[in-house]
Design a protein around this ligand. Sequence first.
Ligand SMILES: NC(=O)c1ccc[n+]([C@@H]2O[C@H](COP(=O)([O-])OP(=O)(O)OC[C@H]3O[C@@H](n4cnc5c(N)ncnc54)[C@H](O)[C@@H]3O)[C@@H](O)[C@H]2O)c1
Length: 249
Amino acid sequence: MDNSLNGRKALVTGGASGIGAACARALAARGAKVVVADVDASGAAALADELGGTAWTVDLLDTEALGALSLDCDILINNAGIQKVAPIEEFEPAEFRRILALMLEAPFLLIRAALPHMYANGFGRIINISSVHGLRASAYKSAYVSAKHGLEGLSKVTALEGGERGVTSNCINPGYVRTPLVERQIADQARLHGIPEAEVLAKVMLTESAVKRLVEPEEVASLAAWMASDDAGMVTGASYTMDGGWSAR
Ligand SMILES: NC(=O)c1ccc[n+]([C@@H]2O[C@H](COP(=O)([O-])OP(=O)(O)OC[C@H]3O[C@@H](n4cnc5c(N)ncnc54)[C@H](O)[C@@H]3O)[C@@H](O)[C@H]2O)c1
């Protein structure tokens, strides 16, 4: 058994589903105590039970409350996210602000809440689940691409500030991953691009990728677990793509 994260406490946001759930499982399998943080109370509780961890029911859009928070985790995975596809001229301003709040402001507030404990211990791992859309743009995703590009900047600043205090900060940049978030997008993409749903994968999602398949959540989780380990101590301020070659173009 891999015990490389024994004794570590991890917090995974959006941990009830998709990539977050896979990360929670991978960290627990390596010995970490995991807090599954999600607005989905029953999903978080079920996974926490399975992993012998703890559930934290939290709406990360309540950024006011996050400002007063203090966290005692050694590993923080900023993962919770949502998607909305619409042309800019039809994009609801409130929806744009919501996506920025959840996917950029909340990660800032959680990092801010976690750093004092990490600095006191001389160890910390911040892992930001960004996207190939943190490095590249796609039409109709103004809020998502803006939030992920912002997260890239936040991650690098965290790396610079934490470098001499044992704290690393990195991004993981997957292409399309097989999760409910992607399944929910297929109908919208079909409508916007004027094609049948069955053609969305080949004609929209995998056009740029050299490897013509979706990423599996477990593949992302395996990279996150390595980034959380002692082996990755010299990896910071980096953005690791797992996009089947999309960003090689
Ligand atoms: N699926 C992909 O193709 C893909 C690709 C690249 C990056 N990502 C990123 O990975 C992350 C996870 O995506 P996923 O595909 O696993 O999505 P998902 O929809 O399967 O899971 C997202 C989780 O976030 C939780 N969440 C949503 N709003 C919340 C809130 N206000 N407060 C607390 N929790 C909230 C949901 O309840 C859900 O459990 C996101 O940041 C996403 O941008 C996904």
